[in-house]
Design a protein around this ligand. Structure first.
Ligand code: SF4
Ligand code: F3S
Length: 77
């Protein structure tokens, strides 16, 4: 699944949600997040984001490793 990092915070552009074909991107307050159970790995959100805040989980930079849990945790409450 794809993951939105903290680079989204302060921008929250919303373009990712516009292009997502399965409506699995949600506003989590400080940033947007992706529901990993519904993401189909199409990658459309990556190119739509103007601040390059989104990564495939397997390509997630080490400094953004916390984003993996943050995205999933939003949907487990
Ligand atoms: Fe939506 Fe595709 Fe991005 Fe997954 S990779 S969140 S399905 S736009
Ligand atoms: Fe955030 Fe980029 Fe989407 S700034 S809301 S991840 S388009």
């Amino acid at each position: 699944a794809y993951v939105i990092t903290s680079r989204c915070a302060g921008f929250k552009d919303g373009a990712c949600r516009e292009v997502c074909p399965c409506d699995c991107i949600y506003d989590a307050g400080e940033q947007f997040v992706i529901n990993p159970d519904d993401c189909i790995d199409c990658g459309a959100c990556v190119t739509a984001c103007p601040v390059e805040a989104i990564f495939a989980d397997i390509d997630l930079p080490a400094e953004h490793s916390a984003a993996l849990h943050f995205n999933r945790a939003f949907f487990e409450s």
